[in-house]
Design a binder for this molecule. Structure first.
Ligand code: TEU
Ligand code: CA
Length: 513
């Protein structure tokens, strides 16, 4: 599959667009926005899970992989959506949650019923916990189940039981699910925590087990080269990137790597990361993937991250400038850009004043675990800055707050699509320009990447292809002297003025032929 020219847009179905006013985004809502996405210029969509689910982890706890949750629509709606995307020239990939199922999945109901059930070995049961692994959402990863007096492994919420991939039946089930959706016409998958499917229970670390690569290859073998696959692999680094993405490996199209988002180890306590360090890590990853001749997945946000403009930019004084500069980082690098819904309007974090306004299981657990250790003010500050809820609030299409399954976005009056689309100067308009530029310049889709300069004031990189060169300069928080640009002519900037200095969060794209 040709991947050079892909530009992805991630849709979080429950919060994207609500077509029937019940407060929950739905598939018919997505269908109604296909034209919007076409106008924006993206040509691929990643849809977060909308399968049958108790929604303990917002759909990442699946109870039926082949059906759609009634709260968001029907299978027929989804088929219509796939068709609609394809007619609009947009590829569509689904979320494949292979590491765990909901404990409401029939496999698990069988598995927990008795030790002799044929489904027992679908999950990971032990008489006593063989390690002290922690759930990523807090507490032990082992849950005691009274029915059979054993513990099962759950890397995430206790309602998300980890599958036993060492059981060949489980591997076959997952491959059948992949086949089911490929036959329905989907173009590929974003694979949830894929590097966790193989485990070594006596190791300290949950994931990256000894049979990981064998399982990935086996899962996609019948489809390799025909579908697009991006693995969410928190373990991916310089050393192992080749194992996931090396062409000869026949594993994945690309991986999401997270180094640039994990500068501070403590997720909730992290402060604004230095842009120089963020860009250094992006640049490093560009080089790693270029060396492999594989596309890098380029992104600054997703449904697990706070809003990029609030985290990396300045959503108060320079919201337009910083949101557009960050858009440049996502859309001008080598590889495949992934935009997260609302990013193209500069949607920022909102500020909430009570834990009840945070719905996410990770946020709630964090609050519970820390409420005796930290003050209420500190806890809310941390949640407002770093909770996943920030990415998951209903998308503000208009000024009006509509009914919403979660606590509403607090800046809707000021930041919304209606306003963005009316304004001459808007984040949205600039995103469209960036996307159009990317599509018009083979240098941006096919060109090589080179780090030109990285200082504590700005980042500059160059792309080049068949004698054409594009230079991108991104200024950080403060105005600094512009880099040398001999022979290059500016072709796009988020400021009208282009001078000897770069202004705060200024982005300038230059060309030389
Ligand atoms: O995320 C994996 C994951 O490791 C994150 O949950 C991460 O620990 C967290 O966001 C850090 O704050 C994937 C999905 O993207 C996420 O939405 C799911 O909750 C998780 O897997 C379980 O399926
Ligand atoms: Ca709805």
């Amino acid at each position: 599959m040709q991947t050079n020219d892909l530009i992805f847009y991630q849709i979080y179905p429950k919060s994207f667009c609500d077509s029937n006013g019940d407060g929950i985004g739905d598939i018919r809502g997505i269908i109604s926005k296909i034209e919007y996405l076409q106008n924006l210029g993206v040509n691929a969509v990643w849809l977060s899970p909308c399968f049958k689910s108790p929604f303990v982890d917002n759909g990442y706890d699946i109870s039926d992989y082949r059906d759609i949750d009634a709260s968001v629509g029907t299978l027929a709606d989804l088929e219509e959506m796939i068709d609609g995307f394809h007619k609009a020239g947009i590829k569509i990939i689904l979320d494949l949650v292979a590491n765990h199922t909901s404990t409401a999945h029939p496999w698990f109901l069988h598995s927990r019923a008795s030790k002799d059930d044929p489904y027992r070995e679908y999950y990971i049961w032990r008489k006593t916990p063989p390690n002290d692994w922690q759930s990523l959402f807090g507490g032990s990863a082992w849950e005691y189940d009274e029915r059979t007096g054993e513990y099962y492994l759950h890397s995430f919420a206790k309602e998300q039981a980890d599958l036993n991939w060492d059981n060949p039946k489980v591997r076959r089930e997952m491959q059948d699910i992949v086949r089911f959706w490929v036959e329905k016409g989907v173009d590929g998958f974003r694979c949830d925590v894929l590097d966790m499917i193989s485990k070594d229970l006596i190791s300290q670390y949950n994931g990256s087990g000894p049979r990981l690569h064998e399982y990935i290859r086996e899962l996609f073998a019948p489809f390799y080269g025909k579908i697009f696959t991006v693995g969410e692999c928190w373990s991916s680094d310089k050393q192992n990137a080749a194992l996931f993405c090396g062409r000869e490996r026949r594993e994945l199209t690309t991986v999401f790597s997270f180094h640039h988002l994990c500068i501070d180890a403590d997720k909730f306590a992290q402060k604004k990361p230095p842009l120089q360090e963020v860009c250094r890590r992006i640049a490093d990853w560009q080089c790693v993937m270029q060396e492999l001749d594989a596309p890098a997945a380029v992104f600054l946000g997703n449904h697990d991250q706070p809003r990029a403009v609030s985290r990396f930019g300045d959503d108060t004084n320079y919201r337009y400038e910083s949101a557009t500069m960050l858009g440049g980082l996502t859309l001008l690098h080598r590889g495949i850009p992934f935009l997260f819904q609302g990013e193209e309007w500069g949607v920022a974090n909102s500020t909430h004043t009570s834990i009840l306004q945070f719905e996410d299981v990770e946020s709630r657990n964090y609050y519970e675990e820390n409420r005796t250790k930290l003050s209420e003010t500190e806890l809310l500050k941390r949640l407002n800055a770093n909770a996943r809820d920030q990415a998951r609030r209903m998308l503000p299409w208009t000024e009006q707050l509509n009914k919403s399954w979660c606590s509403p976005y607090t800046r809707q009056n000021e930041i919304n699509f209606a306003k963005e689309s009316r304004a001459k100067k808007s984040v949205y308009a600039f995103y469209r320009d960036l996307i159009a530029l990317r599509k018009a310049e083979p240098c941006l889709t096919k060109g090589t990447y080179r780090l030109k300069e990285l200082t504590n004031g700005y980042y500059a990189f160059e792309r080049s292809y068949q004698g054409e060169r594009i230079l991108v300069a991104c200024c950080f928080e403060k105005s600094v002297n512009a880099p040398k640009t001999d022979g290059f002519k500016p072709i796009l900037s988020n400021y009208e003025k282009i001078g000897k200095k770069l202004y705060p969060y200024q982005l300038i794209v230059y060309r030389k032929t």
